[in-house]
Structures are given as structure tokens and as C-alpha cells.
Design a protein around this ligand. Structure first.
Ligand code: GAL
Length: 513
């Protein structure tokens, strides 16, 4: 209790200091010194994954993530002829080629000040979700109050805030868009299905097709939510015995992702054998694969039956590995660490097309509550998720995005680690009471390492090449600050703030990146 109180007092004091520092910086037009991500250059800088999967002949939509002063002119070399690029918006749309194949495309962007180019491999085949999903989900900020207007606002904000320029792409509706059989609320009540059995949205979603069309017009994608049970976790209509009709309805409305949440299915499942746990996902996974558009399957069943071992086989593109992160009350450390540690041991089971999902990024203002995490803790959170190749789905309030939250969410070099084409989840190199080191091998041969200080005092953390599996001279880059720290051989030590992280990339001397 004492500890809890002193933690609260420390947090309140830190918050006061932050406000003071912000006021000072605003007065002098500077950024607070603990903002780590440097401002993006005014010249174009292309971001986003370097590999992208799509199923043959399916609709294709991709907004090229790119920072820099607008207007920017886009072009692409070797784009399949069935796709077209809008040179002004950078949105690629059309239909995927009919045959499985790979296209090595070069994206280009130029503005009055300069230009940039970046490769992306478009893989036409059976596997989608070749890199973890990035976007926003409404759950923690809206729960049962989500509306069409809020979702539209979030999509518009994803573009206007610049998040889309870093690769954030999905705008996902969680529970409570359907009708609730037991509700007295005029917005939510009423028949849950029409005479033909088609699922009906509640009055807060007057036109699903228009909503997805709006989101797609921005070059973004959108997700919807259901349960294999008769009711969702919040007691709204689920897809039990309507799986096929609902999946087709979601696709016909234009959704690009389905979060499928176990919820009331627990009462129907025969038992808890792996076959019982798999059954509803085999059913939905199979239906989604047969649709005429790509719908990413985000499985949510809280890790039962070691879902990471079989989630991919049943058609999942990601699976929640734990319960709700927002409900985990930390003790010595905030709750996200506990969830992160549990997810980190599952590194063997993630890879292109199927990712471990430790739940959403809860920073910024969540609902109407500003996060209680310190700045350092927030950088740790984002670093841990990126090293774990986790989906990067922000669930804070989009209309209250502040500069610091964007500084955490939008660092191109951090995101590159999460989205790396090799698709390896980072492995644990060291885990003690005081220190945590995660290491992620990257496609270009370089290695990302996060040094996490779990204590309440600054601490020097060091690891030698033997422990990290490195050899020779390594150029070391501070990923958050986007600057080189010099060349090192045998060992690298770094001073890490309390509850903070230093995230570096080791690049072997002579390697050309
Ligand atoms: C939970 C799920 C949350 C959210 C909620 C909606 O089971 O873990 O992420 O979707 O249901 O009711």
C-alpha cells in the first residue's frame, strides 16, 4: 500500500514536472528533452513494410506511407498492370494479379525539396498478413459507445495526424456495433437479424457500406468484430449458427479484418480439448479463405490451449496470447510488462502470416483518462511490442492524440523493426528482476536489441557479443534517436533510464545498409 502510494505520488510529481517542462518549451518553441523521436525530414521519406501479401484476383488497396512536406508525387516501378497508383495521394488500388507470383516493386516519392525510394515485394499467394497489423481499435476508448461518426473521425485523424504516413492502416471496430437483444437503449435494441437472417448493425451504424467506402477512400482499411458464440462479450449479437452468412456480410460491407472473440462460445464448447478450442476458428478461418476479398483473421481467445501452436493452421493471422492488457494491474511494474514478458517467451511461434498478439498499445488518452505511464515506460512499451513483432494497434483516443503519444507511435526506425520482412519475433537474451534484454534478427542481417531497465533508478546495462550471438566490429545505432553511437567490438554497455529502454541496432562493419 505504502509502495502504491509512493508510486502514485511519484507519478503525480512526474506529471507536474512534465506540464512545467511543456509550458516552458512551448514558450521557447522547443520540444521537451525527453522526446526521443526526431522530427521527420521535410524531404520525402518512404516508410511501411517491405513485403505485402495479397490473394490472387482479390481487391488491392495500399496507401504508401511517406513523411515529408506535401505535395508529394508518387510513382512505382514494376507495379503489376492490374494495379493503379494515384500519383497525388500515393494510394495503390485495383485487383491483385490472377496468378501466384512475386513482384519486386520500387516505390518512389518526390517533393520540391528531394526524393526517396523504397522496395516493396508484393507476394500474390495464399498468405496474407506478412507483417503484423498496424492501426487503431476503438475498444479501450469507446467500449459500448462506439459510433459511425467516431470511426470516421478516427480514420480521418489517422491521416491528418501523420500516423498513416508511418504505416498505420487498419481502423478497427470492436464489440458493440451490432444489436443487443436485452438492451433498453433505443439505439441498441431491436431485432438482431432481418427476416433472411442477416445480421443488423445498431442505430449508431446507419450504413456500413458507406462507412467502409469512406475509410477506403482514404486508402485505409477497416476491421469488424464478432464472436463464434450467440453473444459477444458485451452481450451483443454473435455469429453462432450464422458464421457463413456473417462472414459474407462483413466482406460485402467491405471489411478487411475480423476480430473473432471466444466470449459466450465457452458455454457451447464441448470441452477444452485442442479440438474443441480449434473448432470455431477452423470454421471461420475456412469461410474467410473462401471469400472474394482478403479478410485478416485476428483470433481472440486469450491464449487458451496454447493457441500460438495452432492459430496459424486454423487460419489465424494473429492470436491474442493473454487476457485483456487493460485489466492487468501492475505491482512492481505497470501491467504491460507482465503481458510483454508472457508474450516474449512465445517467439518460436510467430512469423509471416501469423503473429502473437499481446493486445493493444494503451498510451495517450484512453477514453478520457491520460495514461499513467511515464514517458520512459511508454518508449519501453512500444520497443517491446516492436521487438516482439506484435500487431501495433493503438487503442487510445484518436481525437486526443498529443505530440508525445505521436512521438512514441511514429518512429520510422522502430516501426521498421516491428515490420521487418524476416518476421522473426525477438528472443529473450536476459531476464532478471532488474534487467530484460530482447533481441530480434532482421532481414538485412542486422540485429535489434532492447535493453530494458526494470528498476526505479538509472542503470548501466551491458551485454557482450557472446551473449548476443554477434561477432566482429559492429556499428551501433540508437534507434529511437536515429543516430549512430559508434563502432564497438566484443561488448556494448548503455545507461538506461528507470523503467526505460535503450533500443539499438547492431550493423556488422562493412555491411551496406
Ligand atoms: C474481450 C476482448 C477485448 C474486447 C472485449 C469486447 O473479450 O479481450 O479485446 O474485444 O472482449 O467485449
Amino acid at each position: 500500500m505504502m509502495l502504491q502510494n509512493s508510486r502514485h505520488a511519484a507519478l503525480a510529481f512526474a506529471a507536474l514536472l512534465m506540464v512545467f517542462e511543456w509550458a516552458q518549451c512551448a514558450a521557447f518553441g522547443q520540444r521537451p528533452s525527453d522526446f526521443r523521436t526526431p522530427p521527420a525530414p521535410a524531404t520525402p521519406h518512404l516508410n511501411g513494410p517491405k513485403v505485402y501479401g495479397v490473394r490472387p484476383s482479390h481487391p488491392f488497396l495500399y496507401r504508401i506511407p511517406c513523411t515529408g512536406n506535401r505535395p508529394i508525387r508518387f510513382s512505382a516501378k514494376n507495379l503489376p498492370s492490374s494495379l493503379k497508383l494515384d500519383r497525388h495521394t500515393g494510394i495503390i488500388s485495383g485487383k491483385a494479379p490472377e496468378n501466384p507470383s512475386e513482384y519486386l516493386v520500387t516505390l518512389r516519392a518526390s517533393n520540391a525539396l528531394g526524393k526517396d525510394s523504397r522496395p516493396i515485394k508484393i507476394v500474390v499467394g495464399d498468405t496474407i498478413g506478412l507483417t503484423p497489423q498496424m492501426g487503431w481499435n476503438d475498444w479501450y476508448s469507446y467500449t459500448r459507445h462506439i459510433t459511425d461518426g467516431v470511426v470516421r473521425g478516427a480514420a480521418a485523424k489517422m491521416v491528418s495526424s501523420g500516423m498513416a504516413d508511418y504505416g498505420y492502416q487498419y481502423v478497427d471496430i470492436d464489440d458493440c456495433w451490432a444489436r443487443q437483444p436485452t438492451s433498453d437503449d433505443p439505439d441498441l435494441k431491436g431485432p438482431t437479424r432481418d427476416a433472411q437472417g442477416n445480421i443488423l448493425p445498431n442505430a449508431r451504424f446507419p450504413d456500413m457500406r458507406a462507412l467502409t467506402a469512406y475509410i477506403h477512400s482514404l486508402g485505409l482499411k477497416t476491421g469488424i468484430y464478432s464472436s463464434p458464440g450467440p453473444l459477444t462479450c458485451a452481450g451483443f449479437e454473435g455469429s453462432y449458427q450464422h458464421e457463413d452468412a456473417d462472414a459474407h456480410q462483413f466482406a460485402e460491407w467491405g471489411f478487411d479484418l475480423l476480430k473473432y472473440d471466444w466470449c459466450s462460445y465457452g458455454r457451447l464448447a464441448k470441452g477444452k480439448t485442442i479440438a474443441d478450442l480449434e473448432a470455431p476458428y477452423i470454421k471461420m478461418g475456412g469461410i474467410l479463405k473462401g471469400l472474394d476479398r482478403d479478410v485478416v483473421l485476428n483470433m481472440c481467445q486469450y491464449g487458451m490451449g496454447d493457441v500460438w501452436k495452432w492459430g496459424r493452421q486454423v487460419g489465424g493471422n494473429s492470436w491474442r496470447t493473454t487476457g485483456d492488457l487493460g485489466a492487468v494491474r501492475g505491482d512492481r511494474l505497470p501491467g504491460f510488462y507482465q503481458v510483454g514478458f508472457a508474450n516474449a517467451v512465445l517467439s518460436d511461434d510467430a512469423g509471416p502470416g501469423g503473429w502473437n498478439d499481446p493486445d493493444y498499445i494503451l498510451i495517450g488518452t484512453v477514453g478520457d483518462r491520460p495514461t499513467s505511464l511515464t514517458h520512459e515506460e511508454q518508449y519501453s512499451y512500444m520497443s517491446m511490442w516492436s521487438l516482439m513483432a506484435a500487431p501495433l494497434l493503438f487503442s487510445g483516443e484518436m481525437s486526443k492524440l498529443d505530440e508525445f503519444t505521436l512521438n512514441v507511435l511514429c518512429n520510422s526506425e522502430v516501426i521498421d523493426i516491428d515490420q521487418d520482412s524476416l518476421g522473426k519475433q525477438g528472443v529473450i537474451v536476459r531476464k532478471t528482476e532488474d534487467e530484460f534484454i530482447l533481441e530480434k534478427r532482421l532481414d538485412d542481417g542486422s540485429v535489434a536489441v532492447g535493453y530494458f531497465n526494470l528498476t526505479t533508478a538509472p542503470r548501466s546495462i551491458s551485454a557482450d557479443w557472446k551473449e548476443l550471438g554477434l561477432t566482429g566490429t559492429q556499428r551501433v545505432r540508437d534507434v529511437w534517436r536515429q543516430r549512430d553511437l559508434g563502432s564497438f567490438s566484443e561488448n556494448f554497455s548503455t545507461q538506461v533510464p528507470n523503467h526505460g529502454v535503450i533500443l539499438v541496432r547492431f550493423i556488422a562493419a562493412g555491411a551496406d545498409h
